[in-house]
Design a protein around this ligand. Structure first.
Ligand SMILES: [Zn+2]
Length: 320
């Protein structure tokens, strides 16, 4: 096979994918090989620090630390006379939800490519008497540990034909539109669950350069499992996409509310329809290798208000 790795060698070998949002182009089934498996599945040890809940009404704490590609819960106790609370970080809206009387929380995602350093979480609190307060909380974004891999492939395997390019562009626009909506209601509760049993490949954020050109980083994790393995909803939500996509193959997107989405790709079968309400653990489909996948596995991704985060961080860090 003419595929050569010029970068670091992967420790793991498994099936993996070219992402729905990726642009690996003609990384087709014709080039299925051991090398491809290695190409897409390098192990990534992401930093999963649990961020302890912050209970405060002043912005005087040391910065909260969060790694690129990580999600955490931010808690605030602004008092029982609070009528509304909203936040923003890095230009993205941070919606809050009520945990109990006087106590609010927000699920915050740090995008895998957010700049490392101190950023400001701005919080606006509206009070019953009409007053409003504005606080700033420093968030220290620390670099994620994302491997870089250099790959070389024949050009004709990388470039897409016009028809495929057109389809990819249409699907990209559609999925961006879906994921940009922030549903005001929160459907998710508690920790997200792993959607499938299998071998977890923590290749989130994997940076790839193909023929010297930077490509989209791997925007999820892969769970290697036999075709037909059950896939379950990570949490409660609404199905906002159930379709066959060029890169992702048969895919499902679930809106968990307040800007949190999970997506599941390369399925062999979709068991839900657009608009379906699902509960955490519901069977939604079966593992496959549809789309640009080199073998059966589930690609599981998550976005929180536009930030691409490792879904594992919400299975580990989300305890209310
Ligand atoms: Zn993947």
């Amino acid at each position: 096979m003419p595929l050569q790795k010029a970068g670091k060698r992967s420790q793991e070998t498994s099936a993996s994918s070219v992402e729905p949002s990726g642009d690996f182009g003609e990384l087709s089934r014709a080039v299925r090989s051991q090398e491809i498996f290695c190409l897409l599945s390098s192990f990534l040890l992401i930093f999963f620090s649990y961020i302890p809940p912050l209970l405060a009404d002043k912005g005087e704490q040391p910065p909260i630390k969060a790694a690129q590609g990580e999600a955490f819960i931010f808690k605030l106790a602004p008092g029982q006379d609070t009528t509304a609370i909203k936040g923003s970080l890095l230009g993205r809206e941070v919606p809050f939800f009520k945990l109990e009387e006087g106590l609010y929380g927000a699920l915050i995602g740090i995008d895998m490519e957010d700049e490392a350093g101190i950023h400001q979480l701005r919080v606006e609190i509206s009070k019953r008497d009409g007053q409003s307060l504005s606080n700033i909380y420093p968030i220290k974004v620390i670099p994620g540990k994302f491997k870089i891999e250099d790959l070389t492939m024949p050009k004709d395997m990388v470039d897409l034909d016009d028809e495929s390019l057109k389809r990819v562009a249409i699907e990209k626009t559609k999925t961006i539109e879906i994921l940009s909506k922030i549903t005001a209601e929160r459907f998710w509760k508690g920790a997200f669950i792993m959607p499938a049993e299998g071998r977890l490949i923590e290749n989130f954020g994997y940076r790839r350069r193909l023929n010297g050109e930077a490509r989209s980083p791997h925007n999820g994790i892969d769970i290697s499992a036999p075709t037909g393995t059950e896939i379950h909803a990570g949490n409660d939500g609404t199905v906002v996409l159930a379709d066959d996509l060029f890169f992702g193959g048969k895919s499902i997107y679930i809106d968990h509310g307040l800007g949190a989405y999970t997506f599941y790709s390369h399925l062999s079968q979709i068991n839900v329809s657009l608009g379906d309400k699902v509960r955490r653990g519901d069977l939604i489909g079966l593992v496959g290798s549809s789309g640009r996948a080199t073998g059966p596995h589930l690609h599981w991704g998550m976005k929180i208000n536009g930030a691409r985060i490792n879904p594992i961080s919400v299975t580990r860090a989300l305890k209310e």
